[in-house]
Design a protein around this ligand. Structure first.
Ligand code: ADP
Ligand code: MG
Ligand code: ZN
Length: 552
């Protein structure tokens, strides 16, 4: 057994390296620059920690996560590795003591934030350290093409000049697009680096897209087993809403977003890490660097903004290698909202990113293959047998005719209204607003009375994402034609939609006693739901017809 294998066994208790770890470590030990691209949970830390243990001198680890540095260092110390960290939360005495240890080679690893590299006092001390490696964690933060750009990362390349030892650089990230990779090499000025890109496939993760009628009901259903889960929402408000729903239902649940104090955030994060509250509801501010091995599912309650962040967030499930789920809730409302947000904001890549996510949601292909293709991995398989598409939970239906009906209705209403009113007119509703405008006289009034609101809204969202409709307006979203609309209106284009309805699968079930009980269970949940929404028990009686329509 060679020494790095012994080190792996002795400190970490592992018997073999994961793909890429050994060759990266060997390259670093030879003094070469290196870059490791591995998915979240792939085992990047060991790639710089083992060289740090092996080599004379000290390894500088640049990590963006001040809140987690302490945990990481505590973990190393508990394993018998000598490590320290510098953050502004420490007292000056504590900082000086750590610096002293670093200069005297009493520790093997020193964790610092990128901001620290702009501190002239620190840089002057650095010259007196025997720096054997500079490890840059979450290296994509240096790239504006990435999703977490951090200006202070720009200070990193100059650090080499402040070391008397000309140490190698090792960069690590879970962001895999070619563009970001090239940018990291250029910005960090890596010279002829050894590069290893691990497969991004996470075979133990089951990917699914669900299209719940009621997100809250579906969520409660998924969480029934009380396993450790992360629920990502798009806004602080949604985080708080979902959190209080789960709280009310008796779950041990915490939450996390940038609006909390740092003490609150640390508290919720630790409660989650140590399973005091194994479920957490959070915005995308949560999770970078979190190493919790037993997260059994990650649920995206709202549509994520881009594929990179989606895959990183989803990847936080199942780090222990045991089966885990990554579930994305798809809703037409999110598509309209995100389109409007993008319309009003000015993020150059936002629209393209959103469309990538939407096509992921709508594809009939294997989801795993779709993801891996996106990351330029182009796997040879067509079906993974472990995603909601491969498991046959999706069907493809043609919706061209419905599109024609919707477009002609929008046209007859002079392209001045939003999804809600257009849907009402198509369904043939007769409310005051519709009558006062005379929309009940239109030939398109009621031409989709056999469809549900949801079905119509889904098709509208599909047209928006495929640019057959445009969302505009200052206050609320108004649907307008694009230059492509007329082609679809005249059926010179066909449009297909994937349906992820577990509900439709269920409907084919015979009406057994067990099934009836299940239905009543759902009805009770629905009543409760309404009760919490209106603040008192609803005066709703479900008729036979309602029952049958739930069943079919
Ligand atoms: P990353 O930073 O790439 O997201 P980590 O370095 O935090 O991943 O490692 C993820 C988990 O995998 C950790 O619990 C780590 O101990 C474990 N791990 C890393 N390398 C190995 C290995 N060779 N064998 C078994 N477990 C490993
Ligand atoms: Mg890491
Ligand atoms: Zn698949």
């Amino acid at each position: 057994m060679n020494t790095i294998n012994q080190t792996l066994k002795q400190y970490y208790g592992y018997t073999s390296f994961r793909p890429g770890q050994q060759t990266i470590i060997e390259a670093i030990l030879k003094g070469r620059d290196a870059m490791g691209i591995m998915p979240t949970g792939g085992g990047k830390s060991i790639c710089y920690q083992i060289p740090a243990i092996e080599m004379e001198g000290i390894t500088l680890v640049i990590s963006p996560l001040i809140s987690l540095m302490k945990d990481q260092v505590d973990g190393l110390v508990a394993m018998g590795v000598k490590a320290g960290f510098l953050t502004s939360q420490l007292t000056l005495d504590e900082q000086n003591e750590t610096l002293r240890q670093a200069m005297n080679n009493e520790i093997d690893l020193l964790y610092v934030s990128p901001e620290r590299l702009e501190n002239t006092y620190f840089l002057s001390r650095l010259r007196q350290m025997q720096v054997n490696l500079i490890a840059v964690d979450e290296a994509h933060c240096i790239s504006q093409w990435g999703h977490d750009f951090r200006p202070s990362y720009q200070a990193i390349p100059a650090v080499r000049d402040h070391c008397s030892t000309n140490p190698p650089f090792a960069a690590f990230t879970a962001t895999a697009t070619q563009k970001v990779r090239e940018d990291i090499v250029a910005k960090l000025e890596l010279s002829n680096p050894y590069e290893f890109t691990a497969s991004f496939d996470r075979p133990n993760l089951t990917f699914s897209i669900v299209h719940p009628k009621k997100k809250q009901v579906k969520l409660l259903d998924l969480l029934k087993d009380k396993e450790s889960s992360i629920i990502y929402c798009n806004t602080r408000k949604n985080v708080e809403r979902v959190h209080s729903l789960l709280k009310k239902k008796g779950y041990d649940v915490g939450y996390y977003h940038a609006g909390l104090t740092s003490a609150e955030r640390t508290q919720y994060q630790e409660d989650f890490l140590y399973d005091k509250s194994p479920i957490i509801v959070a915005t995308n501010a949560f999770g970078m660097g979190i190493d919790k091995s037993n997260v059994r599912r990650v649920i995206h309650y709202n549509l994520p903004l881009d594929m990179e962040s989606y895959y990183q967030e989803a990847g936080r499930a199942g780090r222990d290698g045991a089966p885990a789920e990554a579930i994305l809730f798809y809703s037409s409302q999110d598509i309209i909202t995100n389109n409007l947000l993008i319309e009003q904001g000015n993020h150059p890549h936002a629209k393209k990113n959103l469309n990538t996510i939407i096509s992921y949601c709508k594809t009939g292909r294997c989801l795993r293959k779709t993801i891996l293709d996106y990351f330029d991995e182009n796997p040879s398989f067509d079906s993974c047998a472990n995603c909601s598409n491969c498991n046959g939970e999706t069907e493809l239906v043609e919706v061209t005719q419905s599109c024609q009906k919707i477009l002609s209705c929008i046209f007859r209403m002079d392209q001045q209204y939003g999804m809600g009113l257009i849907t009402d007119v198509l369904r043939g509703k007769e409310n005051a607003r519709i009558k006062s405008q005379g929309f009940n006289e239109l030939s398109t009034h009621g031409i989709m009375k056999d469809s549900t609101d949801e079905e119509i809204k889904d098709i509208i969202a599909l047209m928006v994402s495929e640019q057959f409709l445009h969302v505009g307006g200052d206050q609320y979203p108004i649907l307008k034609f694009t230059e492509k609309s007329v082609d679809l209106l005249h059926a010179r284009h066909q449009l297909f939609m994937t349906k992820h309805q577990k509900e439709t699968v269920k409907a084919k079930q015979p009406f057994t006693e067990e099934y009836e009980e299940d239905l009543f269970e759902q009805l009770r949940a629905l009543r409760k739901e309404i009760a919490t929404e209106i603040g008192k028990p609803p005066f709703v009686v479900f008729t036979d017809k309602a029952l049958m329509s739930m069943a079919s």
